[in-house]
Design a protein around this ligand. Structure first.
Ligand code: SF4
Length: 218
């Protein structure tokens, strides 16, 4: 399916890689689909776990690819840090969303500028905010095709694919993490907790998005 879609796209295709188990599957499927003109990118928020930075290098050498880093504007980060301090992001939803806007959303807009399509590792079952996710969507605001090859996959499907294909996984998954994000906003989860329970754990489930995947119709 992915191969059929990708060969019909003219223009550059972006694949976002944020060190999640789903991302390695989406990357593997995309490379196996023989897509050309793909840019693999990550958003370097300056807040990643050291395990993620090491995993970045592991994946680059495993596939012999470059994962391009898009960084936030340094002066905006400095201003944010001096105003909010280390834990101001937990004091209000607006503060947290502002941090995500500066460190993630604005760099993402740069990463997607001029791209014809965007491949993600999103799954509908990950959270209430993603329940209506489709395999193929059109992102009208960014004027590009958004391809979510794992939209209908379960968590079990993801880990079975990883095991079957012997793919390297972020070491945080072996320490109880079920979803990976910035260090101040992500923690390991207990047995029985949902995959995104460790993300922004102080917020309600319906707020748990960083603004990268806000659906126009949601
Ligand atoms: S996840 Fe946390 S540290 Fe990362 S950009 Fe959002 S608020 Fe900032």
């Amino acid at each position: 399916m992915l191969s059929n879609i990708l060969k019909r796209i003219s223009g550059k295709i972006a694949l976002s890689f944020s060190y999640q188990a789903e991302d390695i599957v989406a990357l593997d499927l995309t490379l196996k689909a023989n897509a050309s003109d793909i840019e693999i990118f990550t958003l370097d928020t300056f807040k990643h776990f050291k395990e993620c930075l090491e995993y970045h290098k592991t994946i680059e050498s495993f596939y012999r690819v470059e994962i391009k880093k898009y960084e936030p504007n340094e002066s905006r980060v400095s201003e944010l840090e001096s105003r909010l301090g280390e834990f101001g992001i937990r004091e209000s939803l607006e503060n947290r969303r502002e941090c995500c806007r500066v460190r993630k959303v604005e760099p993402l807009e740069r990463a997607l500028r001029g791209k014809a399509a965007w491949i993600t590792g999103l799954r509908a079952a990950q959270s209430p905010t993603r329940s209506a996710l489709q395999t193929i969507e059109f992102d009208e605001r960014r004027d590009l095709l958004k391809i979510n090859p794992l939209a209908l996959w379960s968590e079990t499907d993801v880990f079975e694919y990883i095991k079957r294909n012997k793919l390297p996984i972020n070491p945080l998954y072996n320490r109880g993490f079920k979803s990976v994000g910035c260090a101040p906003c992500t923690r390991a989860v207990k047995d029985g907790e949902g995959a995104r329970a460790g993300r922004w754990w102080w917020e309600n489930p319906e707020h748990k998005e960083c603004g990268l995947h806000i659906r126009e119709t949601a």
